[in-house]
Design a protein around this ligand. Structure first.
Ligand SMILES: Cc1cc2nc3c(=O)[nH]c(=O)nc-3n(C[C@H](O)[C@H](O)[C@H](O)COP(=O)(O)OP(=O)(O)OC[C@H]3O[C@@H](n4cnc5c(N)ncnc54)[C@H](O)[C@@H]3O)c2cc1C
Length: 411
């Protein structure tokens, strides 16, 4: 279906589709089996401008918005959700920077994000702080012109490969959650090391690492925004990034259908193609309808987001202010509920579609030679990272209670 995308978005869609088919597809099975990051694919992303789709042209990006990013993520994930995470997690790590950064910080970091010269990652989760981000224990205490960081993060995507980490820390532990701040920490800073590499069910080509900070001295110029406002920036980041996970989930669902339908058309049992058995055809129809519903939800949301995000970026560049401040001036929409709805719905669709497609194809789909079992393994993560399905439901019900309470007050 045509989602009224503009010329630039259409070009991104076509280019990503081609890149995914020509470059990603031949690599995915081998890299998944070896559980290896692909430098070859990183080079392709760099050459194609994929890393900076959502960044302004002033920094070497394409000047696209959240829709461009989501579309690219859908198309890449349609072929391999793991290799799609190279641009995906760099965006996740760099979005909080881009939203909260000063003009000087943007100029320092954005060109290398856009060119793909430097990869970024997002480090919030800790062993004792998963769904409850406010429980984080990593501290960053001021010492002259530096913060001294101590603590451990775990389950960090693109760990070790990334050059910069946007790390959630507590700069004032006595204030609890109000002490949470965001710091950019560069790989190679003394005291910053990598611990365990996780062995995973899915998205195996993307390395997931533990990060260890032992008396890491981080220049105060690497603080994003103001001290103590970290949770606010994190929420804003997740509002913009969760539709990306939803798009990834739509891509996984579509990719599973792409593998399944041709097989059902050619596989014969009882003397006829198995797709002609109505039970199977009807199931495919249901799965296709749910996938399209997910896609419609994602792009209607990202298009609305872009009507605020793109003007805020333009104003921040013109005024030398932060994108976060410009978004605040616009007094726009809170996206939290809609982002959570998109992620909840699409991640459940991805899991259902991948699971059902394996059942529909039968034994062949259980085997590693056929790509479907990988879609099933990859789909699961969309229900977990950037907040589990339960956390998305918590976001939605919290927003609904507020909405209805406000309506009650008006009556
Ligand atoms: C492969 C992978 C990659 C990841 N990448 C990153 C990354 O790059 N950066 C990063 O910071 N993090 C990352 N994560 C961490 C991820 O965001 C967390 O795993 C996720 O938020 C859940 O936290 P948890 O695993 O500690 O589960 P827990 O918080 O321990 O939750 C366990 C269960 O309890 C439920 N639960 C918890 N609290 C509530 C509640 N209030 N109401 C209802 N149910 C609740 C959860 O939904 C879940 O079912 C990654 C995780 C994985 C698996």
């Amino acid at each position: 279906m045509d989602y009224a995308i503009n010329e630039m978005e259409q070009e991104v869609l076509n280019a990503t589709r081609e890149l995914a088919q020509k470059k990603l597809k031949p690599l995915r099975a081998e890299m998944d089996a070896k559980e290896q990051f692909s430098n070859q694919m990183l080079e392709e992303y760099r050459k194609s401008g994929m890393m900076g789709l959502w960044l302004p042209e002033e920094y070497g990006g394409l000047g696209g918005g959240i829709t461009c990013l989501a579309m690219a993520f859908e198309e890449l994930s349609r072929v391999c959700a793991g290799l799609a995470l190279t641009p995906g997690t760099t965006a996740l790590g760099a979005i909080p920077m881009f939203l909260a950064a000063t003009k000087e910080q943007r100029e320092r970091w954005c060109p290398d994000v856009a060119s793909g010269k430097k990869l970024w990652a997002f480090a919030l989760t800790e062993p004792e702080a998963g769904s409850d981000a406010t429980a984080l224990k990593t501290t960053a205490l001021k010492d002259g012109d530096f913060y001294v960081v101590n603590g451990t993060k775990h389950f960090i995507s693109t760990g070790k490969e990334a050059d910069f980490y946007t790390v959630a820390v507590n700069t004032n532990p006595s204030r609890g959650a109000r002490g949470i701040s965001l710091l950019v920490i560069e790989k190679g800073t003394p005291g910053f090391s990598f611990g365990k590499k996780e062995e995973k069910m899915g998205i195996r080509t993307n390395p997931t690492y533990e990060l260890i900070f032992e008396n890491v001295r981080v220049p105060k110029e690497n603080l994003l925004g103001s001290e103590g406002r970290g949770l606010l920036y994190l929420q804003e980041t997740l509002d913009y990034s969760r539709p990306g996970v939803a798009a990834q989930a739509v891509g996984i669902a579509q990719g599973a259908l792409d593998e399944t339908i041709p097989y059902l058309r050619t596989r014969k049992q009882f003397g006829q193609p198995i797709i002609t058995f109505q039970a199977l055809g009807h199931k495919i129809a249901e799965l296709a309808a749910k996938t399209e519903a997910g896609r419609a939800l994602v792009y209607s949301l990202t298009h609305r987001m872009d009507t605020e995000y793109l003007p805020a970026v333009k104003a921040a560049l013109a005024e030398g202010t932060s994108v976060h401040d410009e978004l605040k001036k616009l007094k726009g929409q809170r996206w939290t509920k809609y982002s959570a709805e998109a992620k909840l719905f699409c991640s459940n669709v991805a899991m259902e579609v991948a699971d059902e497609c394996v059942t529909l194809c039968g034994g062949v789909a259980y085997m590693r030679d056929f790509p479907l079992e990988k879609y099933m393994r990859d789909a699961k993560i969309t229900q977990i990272y950037e907040g589990t399905v339960h956390i998305q439901k918590n976001e939605i019900i919290t927003a609904l209670i507020k909405e209805y309470a406000a309506k009650g007050d008006e009556e």
